[in-house]
Structure formats: structure tokens, C-alpha cells
Ligand binder design. Structure first.
Ligand code: BGP
Length: 482
């Protein structure tokens, strides 16, 4: 029986939110480099998340960093050695990071990779390995080369599967020996509710996304995921392959049967369908009705179905920040959440960004994910985005320590429930730019980066109070739990 003291404890970044150096070392522009920071208003998230061509054209005209935070991230490109040393000092067992596709393939359709990109990641893999940390690799974390978006239509084009295979082959040829766990895609279900981020689909002005295009793009990613697992089995036999979804943990607003049915349906379409395909190897039957009712017609070849069936993932993983409410009533008071807006839960407190804090929801998701797939489960993103204040080089973040403590207790409960948990990875372990709202000041880390939403600051690193807390927790974890 798995014990909490035996699981892995880690931290995560993502290339587009962390690296910066958006044009250095031969890197090409990607979708995230075109997302502007806009002062938070109700529609800011939409316009900085579902980009139209005019916003992209505007971004391409801007030569420098301008107000495009992902072009600078946390300036990891110039702080990588210092940051790996900090992670080693923190004592984490495993570091999750992603590769910028456009740093290896500036356009995305080249036959051979950019050598400076290979050198950059070669250094990272070797240094992280030398520091004694395991590696959890996210191959692609939202950033699609802009050239593929503008010249192929992003993932609507089946050609992207072939380009992705080239990318995966180079990754596993060069670094397969260093990779312990990997995801072909971050939050692969995000393509449904965030098509620009997830599948590189430019939004038509004043038009809803064409749902057949969205789900055909997702299908191409599912096939690319299966092909990546096939490549890894050959080139990196010791690595474990995973799938990952953003989890929303829907509760019905009332005990009416209608609200309960809505909670079932919302979870199916927002998170389970991608898990069912990648973990079980076929489209679940409830999607037939969804496609029929939404007039969605996919092109699925015999080979696609064979690949999905043969190359399912070894483990399942998810990001969890907050739980959500499902209701048939339209007038419920709304609040923000990771990637999607939810109805407010009157029983829960919310973060500074309105995300509803619910540690028990993490235990529920762990149980549901394990019961559904019977595969080992990795929590590969969790944490608290907050306004941290630095005074005289000190950052007191008791609210983050409390958030983490509460969630860790629920992981221990889930393991006691019999869930086979592989590990926990704290999101944004070093402050990075927020994926949803493009804000540097929405901080998750135990390491503070001195930079604001406008990219002003020294970019110096400072350990928050939570740094020592997490270090001591990992060091003494066997005393925390049974
Ligand atoms: C997930 C992404 C991460 C991270 C996280 C927190 O969707 O996988 O990239 O950003 O959300 O969200 P945010 O950065 O919007 O606070």
C-alpha cells in the first residue's frame, strides 16, 4: 500500500511563461509571444486568451518585448543555472519543465532542428540531472510556433502530426535517457475552451469557434500524443508516458436531478473525454451524442483508431487549483477559475483572482481519476496565485503555506483511500507569467522574481517564507504523514 512519505514532491515551470529570450538563440515567434498584457477587466482574459488575427498582426509589428510578457517570462533564459541551483537547494525530487517548440523548430515545419535550441535544452537536461532531480517533461505547453498557425491553420491541419513527430523524435533522441516522466501536451483538454492556447486556432472576430475545427484539432493532438508515446517506447524505454487535463471538480449547485446531470455532463466534456481517449484508447460513447447534438463531424482514419488503442499512456495527471459549480440556472453569480468561469460556491473562500479554494476537491479528483482509469496518478500542477509583497528582500506568504498544507493533507487522505499517487508538483515554483491573464504579479512560487506586470524590475530571485517551509516539508515528509 502506497504511503504518502514515498511519493515524489516537485515544482514546475513552462517555457513560454518562464524562459523569455523570445528571439534569442534562433527561437521563432510562437502563439504566446503575441498575447498582450492588458490591465485586468472582465473581458481582458478573453482578448488576451482567444486571439484574433488583428491582435496577432499588432504583436508582430512590435519589435521588442513591449507589453508582451511571455517574451520576457521570468527571464529564465538568462537565469537557468541560478534557478537550477535554487531548486536543488529547495530539495525537490522532480522538476517539471517544457520545451519551446519554436526554440527547436523556429517555424515548426523545418526538416532539422535549430542547433542553438538543442544546445540550450541539452544544458538544462544535463544540469537538472546533475543536480539529482528527476525530470518530468512537458513536450508542449501551449506555445505553438506562430508560422504553423498562420501558414497551416494550427492543429486543424493534419500535417502538424508529422511536424510533431519530428519534434518528438529529436527530443527523445537527444534527451530520452534523462526523462523519467513525460506529457506530449499540457492540459490537452484546454483546446476545447481555449482553442488559441490549446490548438493554435485564431479566433474569427465576432464569431464563435467552429466546433468541428476545434474537435478535429483535438483529434490530431490525440493522434500526435499516441505517436509520441510510440517514439518514446523506442528511444526512451525507461520513461513513463502520461496524459494531462485541467481538472475542474464540478459540484451541482442544488440537489435537483437536473443540476446533478449538468455536473456529470460538464465533467465529461470539460475533462473526462480527453482522459478516456488517451488512457483507455478510444472515444467514449457519450461523445457520440455530444457530437451529434452539436453537429460536429470528425475525420478519423483506421490508422488513427489503431494508434489510439495501441499507445495509451502509462499514468494520468492533472492540474488542480479550485473546484467549480454546475447548474442549469443561468443567473448564478459567476467567479473566475482556471481557464473557465464558474458559478460561485457560497461555502468556499476564493483567491485574489476569484478561484475557489477547495482542498477536499483535490481528494475528490484523485479518487475519481484513479477509479476511472486505474492508472497511477500524478498531480502535476497545483498552487496558489497571489499578490506577494516584497519588503527589504523578504516575502511573507503564510496564505500560500496554509493553502499547500491543506492540500497536502488531502493528498494523504486520498492515498489512504487507496489512490496510487505518484507525486505532487507545485505549479510556478519560481514566479512566472500567468497563462490565463498574462500577469507576472499573479505569483505562485516559493521563489519571488522581482518583476512587475510591465516587465519592470531587476528579475532578481528571493526566497519567500514558503521556500523554507516546502524544503523542510520535503525533508521531513515521513514525519508529516503515516
Ligand atoms: C494552467 C496552465 C499553467 C498555469 C496554470 C495557472 O492552465 O497549465 O500554465 O498557468 O494554469 O493558471 P494562471 O497562470 O492563469 O494563474
Amino acid at each position: 500500500m502506497k504511503k504518502t512519505k514515498d511519493i515524489l514532491w516537485g515544482g514546475a515551470t513552462a517555457s513560454s511563461q518562464y524562459e523569455g529570450g523570445y528571439k534569442e538563440g534562433g527561437k521563432g515567434l510562437d502563439t504566446q509571444d503575441c498575447r498582450p498584457y492588458l490591465k485586468r477587466t472582465s473581458d481582458a482574459t478573453t482578448s488576451t486568451r482567444l486571439l484574433t488575427q488583428d491582435i496577432i498582426d499588432e504583436a508582430k509589428k512590435c519589435e521588442g518585448i513591449g507589453h508582451y510578457p511571455f517574451r520576457q517570462g521570468s527571464d529564465g533564459y538568462h537565469h537557468i543555472d541560478e534557478d537550477i541551483a535554487l531548486l536543488k537547494e529547495l530539495g525537490i525530487d522532480i522538476y517539471r519543465f517544457s520545451i519551446s517548440w519554436a526554440r527547436l523548430y523556429p517555424h515548426g515545419d523545418e526538416e532539422t532542428p535549430n542547433e542553438e535550441g538543442i544546445k540550450f535544452y541539452d544544458h538544462i537536461f544535463k544540469e537538472v540531472h546533475k543536480a539529482g532531480m528527476k525530470i518530468f517533461l512537458t513536450m508542449n505547453h501551449y506555445a505553438v510556433p506562430l508560422y504553423l498557425v498562420e501558414n497551416y491553420g494550427g492543429w486543424t491541419n493534419r500535417k502538424l502530426i508529422e511536424f510533431y513527430e519530428r519534434f518528438a523524435t529529436v527530443v527523445f533522441e537527444n534527451w530520452g535517457e534523462y526523462i523519467d516522466y513525460f506529457l506530449p501536451f499540457n492540459e490537452i483538454n484546454a483546446g476545447y475552451f481555449s482553442p488559441y492556447n490549446g490548438v493554435g486556432l485564431v479566433k474569427e472576430k465576432d464569431q464563435p469557434y467552429n466546433q468541428t475545427l476545434v474537435f478535429q484539432s483535438l483529434h490530431h493532438q490525440f493522434v500526435a500524443s499516441a505517436k509520441t508515446i510510440k517514439i518514446a517506447k523506442k528511444l526512451s524505454p525507461k520513461s513513463q508516458s502520461g496524459c494531462m487535463v485541467a481538472c475542474f471538480c464540478y459540484y451541482p449547485l442544488t440537489s435537483t436531478p437536473e443540476d446533478n446531470l449538468k455536473a456529470v455532463r460538464d465533467e465529461e466534456i470539460h475533462q473526462w473525454f480527453a482522459v478516456d481517449i488517451l488512457a483507455n484508447g478510444h472515444y467514449p460513447s457519450y461523445m457520440d451524442r455530444f457530437f451529434r447534438e452539436n453537429d460536429i463531424h470528425l475525420t478519423v482514419t483506421e490508422e488513427d483508431s489503431e494508434l489510439l488503442k495501441k499507445y495509451t499512456c502509462d499514468f494520468v495527471s492533472f492540474s488542480y487549483y479550485s473546484s467549480s459549480i454546475a447548474t442549469c440556472k443561468e443567473d448564478g453569480q459567476q467567479t473566475a477559475g482556471n481557464l473557465v468561469v464558474s458559478t460561485k460556491n457560497p461555502h468556499l473562500k476564493a483567491s485574489d483572482w476569484g478561484w475557489q479554494i477547495d482542498p477536499v476537491g483535490l481528494r475528490i479528483m484523485l479518487n475519481k481519476m484513479y477509479d476511472r482509469t486505474q492508472k497511477p496518478v500524478f498531480i502535476c500542477e497545483n498552487g496558489l496565485g497571489a499578490h506577494d509583497i516584497m519588503e527589504d528582500g523578504l516575502i511573507h506568504d503564510p496564505y500560500r503555506i496554509d493553502y499547500l498544507e491543506q492540500h497536502f493533507k488531502q493528498i494523504d487522505e486520498a492515498i489512504d483511500d487507496g489512490v496510487d499517487v505518484i507525486g505532487y508538483i507545485m505549479w510556478g515554483v519560481i514566479d512566472i507569467v500567468s497563462a490565463g491573464s498574462c500577469e507576472m504579479e499573479k505569483r505562485y512560487g516559493v521563489v519571488y522574481v522581482d518583476a512587475n506586470n510591465l516587465g519592470q524590475g531587476t528579475y532578481k530571485r528571493y526566497k519567500k517564507d514558503s521556500f523554507k517551509w516546502y524544503h523542510d516539508f520535503i525533508e521531513n515528509k515521513h514525519k508529516q504523514f503515516n
